[in-house]
Design a binder for this molecule. Structure first.
Ligand SMILES: Cc1cc2nc3c(=O)[nH]c(=O)nc-3n(C[C@H](O)[C@H](O)[C@H](O)COP(=O)(O)OP(=O)(O)OC[C@H]3O[C@@H](n4cnc5c(N)ncnc54)[C@H](O)[C@@H]3O)c2cc1C
Length: 481
């Protein structure tokens, strides 16, 4: 069955429990599911059904129309490919306020707002659907950008802590809120690049992580070969800042998700994250790393890093994603005439994702409470796969070991049914002034195009809801007449 036919069927039936199905690329993701998980399919309990009907019932007509319009615009390649340049040009020509009004549908679709009141409204609306809240920081940096001063990096950390306290104030402990952060906002990027080269060459990764963790706990130092005295000082300062953020999350019962970024900074990000896990994840996975499955090496990295945390007696936390920077990674590899670190095809990425989910879920089942994973995807098949496998492994929907994550403004047709059926479903919610979220908005537009299958289904469900409301209103008028 083609992707389109399947989607129409889902929209008609309003139910999303799929048989092993073909993806948009003709590959069956379910084929990768362990054979015993295939058996689980035939006896899939009712709570695995992702019921898509009525998911938009709490939305106003205005919200529905906005979502349809935004997704429609995101289907235009020219606009999406040049969106950041267009936004920057628009800002110069029209000024920030006028541009903001012009693109406010995008901002409202993908961003929670920029003040406490707006954020509180978002949290309340999500809570009404049983959805949990994960604050996404807009702070980030990249190679080639002007290096951030120590003052700027300290200010970024203070802002991250301020946002964390805001989240603590507007949520309750039962909400189990989370924070998503990028290390490039808290550390000089060149330093991360340098440390990535040094750490990747380490023949004793467990000992290295242990030393990094010990230095964090004792405010000691790990000498990183190749760093100048000044860089070493910056490194020590950054490690302490990150530990402070982790400590604050631990103290307020939140989780800290560290984002995966580019391959030239990822190794250092991973080692520091593992050190934070070792220092802070003694009783639960406060700190969690991100595994980008579009990278060829990710499944083996995941297995190695899990084993390091277990050897060091820490709880393991992971967010499993496909990966957001594919085009740039490929371009860089081509420019530097080295093989691309990214899988050659979507099918390979999906096979990696399936393998990573299977590995991580089995660890969750083995040592429940000490391994916690988030299946962070808008891919319907990947979610059903995780649900089936978790049922087969006898994990209950409320198990703390498995959560799901989707980005705010995307794939509500998945998040809402997941949350309604008792699963831990999070929305990654960005927060910030328009000027700080422009790169984020541009990436979301690109992503909406990349995840065509999901967007097509979401648009059809939105249109179905709109059509239903129009016909109900028409019938009501007839009765009145
Ligand atoms: C809660 C949450 C947190 C996230 N955090 C991060 C993060 O920290 N770091 C990060 O990088 N991303 C992050 N992402 C984004 C994520 O990596 C994906 O870009 C996005 O979710 C789309 O993938 P999908 O599985 O949802 O959808 P799908 O439509 O199933 O997959 C689209 C993805 O497949 C991959 N892909 C597409 N075409 C090809 C191809 N030809 N060859 C190889 N691979 C291909 C790309 O990764 C693309 O993004 C996050 C997403 C969520 C929901």
């Amino acid at each position: 069955m083609s992707g389109g036919g399947r989607i129409s069927r889902l929209v008609r039936s309003g139910s999303c429990l799929l048989p092993a199905s073909r993806t948009r690329h003709g590959c069956s993701t379910a084929e990768h599911v362990h054979s015993t998980a295939e058996q689980a399919h035939s006896t899939a309990p009712a709570e695995l059904q992702l019921r898509t009907e009525d998911v938009f019932r709490s939305r106003s007509v205005r919200d529905l129309l906005r979502a349809v319009a935004v997704y429609q615009v995101c289907a235009f390649d020219r606009i999406v490919d040049n969106s950041l340049q267009l936004l920057r040009l628009g800002e110069q020509l029209l000024g920030s306020r006028l541009l903001q009004r012009l693109v406010s549908p995008f901002y409202r679709q993908f961003v929670a707002g920029s003040d406490r009141q707006q954020l509180e409204r978002t949290v309340t609306a999500l809570r009404a659907d049983g959805i949990r809240f994960m604050m996404t920081s807009m702070l980030e940096a990249d190679v080639g950008e002007q290096a951030a001063s120590e003052e700027q990096l300290t200010a970024n950390m203070e802002e991250a802590l301020r946002q964390m306290m805001l989240v603590r104030d507007i949520t309750s402990e039962e909400d189990q809120p989370a924070i998503q952060t990028k290390f490039t906002a808290h550390m000089d990027v060149e330093l991360l690049v340098l440390a990535s080269r040094v750490f990747s060459a380490s023949s004793e990764p467990t000992a290295l992580v242990e030393r990094l963790a010990k230095a964090m706990v004792t405010s000691g130092q790990v000498i990183v070969p190749g760093m100048t005295r000044q860089q070493q000082k910056q490194w020590d300062g950054a490690a302490l800042r990150l530990k402070t953020l982790g400590d604050a999350c631990a103290q307020h019962n939140m989780s800290l998700f560290v984002d995966g970024e580019f391959t030239y900074t990822n190794p250092a990000i991973s080692w520091i994250t593992l050190a934070l896990m070792t220092a802070l994840n003694q009783h639960r996975a406060v700190v969690r790393g991100t595994y980008q499955c579009y990278l060829k090496a990710t499944p083996s990295n995941l297995e190695q890093e899990y084993s390091i945390t277990r050897q060091l007696g820490a709880c393991f936390g992971a967010k499993l994603v496909r990966g957001a920077y594919m085009a740039r990674e490929r371009q860089l590899a081509q420019k530097e005439q080295r093989p691309s670190p990214v899988c050659e095809s979507y099918e390979e990425t999906t096979a990696n994702y399936t393998r990573a989910v299977e590995f991580a879920l089995r660890r969750v089942a083995e040592d429940e409470g000490r391994t916690q994973i988030m299946v962070a995807t808008h891919n319907y098949d990947s979610i059903v796969h995780a649900l089936r496998l978790s049922a087969m492994l006898q994990l209950t929907p409320a198990s703390s070991g498995l959560s799901f994550g989707q980005i705010y403004g995307m794939a509500d047709y998945l998040t809402i049914p997941l949350a309604r059926s008792g699963h831990r479903a999070y929305k990654a919610v960005p927060f910030g002034e328009f000027s700080t979220v422009m790169p984020y908005l541009s990436r979301r537009a690109a992503e909406s195009r990349l995840i065509q299958q999901g967007v097509r289904l979401e648009r059809q469900l939105l249109l179905k809801e709109l059509a239903g409301r129009i016909s109900r209103r028409g019938r009501a008028r007839e009765v009145v007449v």
